[in-house]
Design a protein around this ligand. Structure first.
Ligand code: ZN
Length: 144
């Protein structure tokens, strides 16, 4: 990194590079300047063309999902889908989503696991586990 100069009058304009992981390939993203302003480009460029916007101070615009978050989203989806899909389905798809919205206190438009943070994924999985326990106590659970 070469942006650590201590010069007081340039520090306001010199953006600070944040740790950004490429959502496509998992490589580090590098803060670059262009005539459109600062942005993060994948260090695997040109093999990987992923890019992410940055504020003028170097802060990434939003946070692209890193591979860890992606893995949690996949896991959360697999577990959640069991509620309404497959041999153990317990409700319809719309009932399952209503349950998720109620349980996680989500705004209706944000009931998309694809938008979840790692923490939300973990909360959803925990809520599903809790639900399963309750069903077991109430004798509704599948014998496992
Ligand atoms: Zn990449």
């Amino acid at each position: 990194m070469n942006q650590s100069r201590q010069c007081a009058h340039t520090s306001a304009q010199t953006p600070k590079e944040h740790d950004v992981t490429c959502p496509e390939c998992g490589a580090k993203m590098i803060l670059r300047n262009s005539r459109y302003g600062w942005f993060y480009g994948c260090s695997a460029f040109p093999k990987c063309r992923a890019a992410h916007g940055a504020h003028p101070n170097g802060e990434p615009l939003g946070i692209p999902a890193d591979s860890k978050t992606k893995r949690w989203r996949m896991k959360a989806h697999v577990e959640f889908d069991k509620l309404w899909k497959g041999p153990d389905a317990q409700m319809s798809r719309s009932e399952a989503y209503r349950w998720m919205i109620d349980t996680l206190a989500l705004p209706k438009d944000d009931a998309h696991i694809a938008k979840f943070s790692t923490e939300q994924c973990q909360t959803l999985i925990a809520a599903l586990a809790m639900r399963d326990q309750l069903d077991a106590i109430n004798g509704k659970g599948t014998a496992r």
